[in-house]
Design a protein around this ligand. Sequence first.
Ligand SMILES: Cc1ncc(COP(=O)(O)O)c(C=O)c1O
Length: 506
Amino acid sequence: MSYKERLSDLQRDGSRSVTGQIVDAIESAIAAGELAPGEKLPPTRDLAELAGVNHLTAARAYRRLAELGLVAGRVGSGTFVRAAAPVAGEEPRGTSSSDASAWQHYVLPEDRETYGDRMLNEMFQHRDREDVIPLMVGYPSPRLFPRVRLAEIAAQVLSEEGDRALQYGDVDGVPELRAELARLGRRWGGVDQPDEIVCTSGARQALTLTARAMVRPGDVSAIESPSFVAPIEALKDAGARILPVPMDDRGLDVEALEQLLRRHEIRVLTIQPRLHNPTGRDLAPGRRERLVELARRHGFFIIEDGVYSDLRFEGEPLPSLRALDPDHVVYVDSLSKTVAPGLRMGWVAASGPVLDRITREKRNDDMAGATLSQLMIARYLAAGEYDEHLEGAIAFHRERCEALLGAVDKHLEGLATCTRPSGGAHLWLELADRLDERDLYAEAHRQGVTFLPGTAMVPGRPRSTRIRISYCYLDPDQLAEGARRLGVAIRAMRRARAPREAAPIA
Ligand SMILES: Cc1ncc(COP(=O)(O)O)c(C=O)c1O
């Protein structure tokens, strides 16, 4: 009798538990060689169906087999017969760190890690490696951090504010910071009332809380494509179905959105209308007004992400989209790209019931932001130091952008094109050939350079191979060398592909 037959013939009224019988069936199949080392076992749902038990019982059986050292789980791949079952007495079963936690694979719900998540993780890992030039990394350069001034202000806040600096603060942020952020927001319009602002832990938390406040599982959301991964993840985590809306040189294709609205009722659209990551483009005048008009007519929210909007080195400054309609547009921003991301100083501006919901989500999430950071930033902004700092940051980004554009011209000629950004931190390249981006990533890594693969930023099926490379983190000589290595990697991929393509059809 095969182990599968044994599993479908369990004794319900026997002295041995059903879980125990499943374990016995698989254990003896392994001992008899019916299940070979490395062989994949059925997923827990299939095992449950086969044995006529529920999913938890099947998971419990695999957990027990893992504790016995007979099987091992691999994240995202399944459960396998261990290559060499430990000899009894050689090593206490289930005590090595991997065995001790192996049971978690069977009881945790299905993993939702996405390609975007994995790529962000990759970014953290390669950030400071000496042998790799991380063109992938979109962190601001530490050279820009106002470290000395922040150290002085931190000391002042701790001595002058005393316990207040270390106590829980207001859910929506300390009043002096909200007043300063409103003053900052008055320059671009739309974010000018302190009581419409909720301070958050970076723009990322602002996106997460806003998505949670607006979206319920199954709701439809539209998102400009390409887009930074955070809004994609925030909406997906809130259970939204995501529909991409393409962009062109003038930003979001509002006509394509109109067509989408004929077929779908959407709850929210997320967009970066100024200095978009990764393209560095703006939503063109005319389209801005039309977009807001569509939101009014169809009754959906716009989440406007403005984290790069102060880093403009070309073109005329544009007002925030929220200035056109504060009731339909929720504005998200942070000082991560301009001052220092480690402060985790973000905010969201909204009005009406959605503001109450965002505040409630903030309370449920982490009670309140870091009081010390908030008091420090309030003083930094009140002292008027932001504008001067920003001037330096813009010049810094302009110089690095020119360096990378020059290197792309020199080393990627004929291999890739990109449009000139008006600001921000990134270049969005389109490769001349359609290459497998994972293979290209592996080759680039071998050559000592990384990039952000385009599909991590495209919430749909991309039509060509796109990659993001960033100029904000590295110095000009590193940018030049990174582009050179990228050119070597792309050429190597082309060469590897060419013979297959040229081969005669048999
Ligand atoms: C477009 C965009 N929005 C939001 C964020 C998140 O910013 P923060 O670091 O303030 O959470 C980033 C970070 O890279 C970003 O590029």
